[in-house]
Design a protein around this ligand. Structure first.
Ligand code: DC
Length: 229
C-alpha cells in the first residue's frame, strides 16, 4: 500500500512490546523511513560507558555530547536503518543487556534528550516517516497524523525479550530480563523530562493476543483512514 499523502507515524509504548517489529513492517509496506529512536539513547549510553563518562556530572555530559555523531544508514540485508556512532555501526552491540541496564538513566538526562530530539525532529521534516520510542507522539512529533501507543501483557513481553537475548547469550536468565524490563519501564515512565505516556490523541494497540500480521493490518487500516482525511 503506497499512499500518496505522506504522514508521520509515531509508535510509543513499554519496552519489548513489539514496537520495532511493527514499525519495520509498516515502513516496508508503506515505503516509509523507519527510525528507532531508542537506538540513539543506546548508542549514547555505549559512548558514555566506553569513555568512562560520569553522567551524573552535567558538564561531562555536555562535553561528551559534542564528540558524538549519530546517523542512520539503510542496510539492505537487515532491511532497516542501522545506527552509526561516530561512523561505526553499533546496531548490534547496543542490544546487549549491559547497555539495557544503563540506558534508562542516560535517557532521563535533559541534555541527552535535547540532543536526540533535535535530530529526530530534523529526520521527520519531509514526513513519510515512522519513529518508535517513548516520547515520539508527545514531544518529538506532537502534530503527527497517526499516533500508536503499544502495550502487551507483562509476561508476554518478558518472554519475547528473553527469547531474543537468549539467542545471543544462553547464560541469561528470565529473572534478569524481567527485572530489567520492570526497572526500565519504571524509570521511563517516572522521569521528569518527557516521561513515557500515551498522547491524548493516540490509538492503543494491545498486541497480547495478536499475530504480527493482525497487528500490521490494524495499523495499516489506521494509516488508510488518516491518509484519506
Ligand atoms: O526502545 P528501546 O528499548 O531500544 O529504548 C532504550 C531506552 O531508551 C528505553 O529504556 C527508554 C529510552 N528511550 C527514551 O527515553 N525515549 C525514546 N524516544 C526512545 C527510547
Amino acid at each position: 500500500m503506497k499512499a500518496k499523502k505522506k504522514i508521520i507515524i509515531t509508535i510509543d509504548g513499554w519496552s519489548s512490546c513489539g514496537k520495532s517489529t511493527l514499525a519495520k513492517q509498516l515502513g516496508q509496506a508503506l515505503g516509509y523511513l523507519y527510525i528507532d529512536s531508542g537506538a540513539m539513547y543506546r548508542a549514547i549510553t555505549l559512548y558514555f560507558l566506553r569513555n568512562h563518562i560520569d553522567w551524573t556530572d552535567i558538564s561531562e555530559v555536555k562535553a561528551a555530547l559534542k564528540n558524538i555523531t549519530l546517523k542512520f544508514a539503510y542496510n539492505e540485508s537487515s532491511e532497516k536503518s542501522e545506527i552509526y556512532l561516530n561512523d561505526e555501526n553499533v546496531e548490534y552491540v547496543i542490544r546487549d543487556l549491559v547497555i539495557a541496564e544503563k540506558v534508562s538513566d542516560v535517557a532521563a538526562i535533559k541534555e541527552v534528550r535535547e540532543f536526540a530530539v533535535a535530530q529526530q525532529q530534523k529526520m521527520g521534516k519531509d514526513k513519510g516517516i515512522i519513529m518508535d520510542g517513548r516520547d515520539i507522539g508527545t514531544v518529538v512529533f506532537p502534530k503527527a497524523e497517526l499516533k500508536i501507543f503499544m502495550t502487551a501483557d507483562n509476561a508476554i513481553r518478558v518472554e519475547r525479550r528473553f527469547k531474543e537475548l537468549y539467542e545471543k547469550n544462553p547464560n541469561i536468565t528470565i529473572e534478569e530480563v524481567k527485572n530489567n524490563l520492570e526497572m526500565r519501564d519504571y524509570i521511563d515512565s517516572h522521569r521528569e523530562v518527557s516521561p513515557l505516556k500515551k498522547a491524548e490523541d493516540a490509538v492503543i494497540l494491545d498486541n497480547t493476543r495478536l499475530t504480527e500480521e493482525e497487528q500490521l493490518q490494524k495499523a495499516l487500516n489506521w494509516v488508510k483512514e488518516k491518509c484519506s482525511e
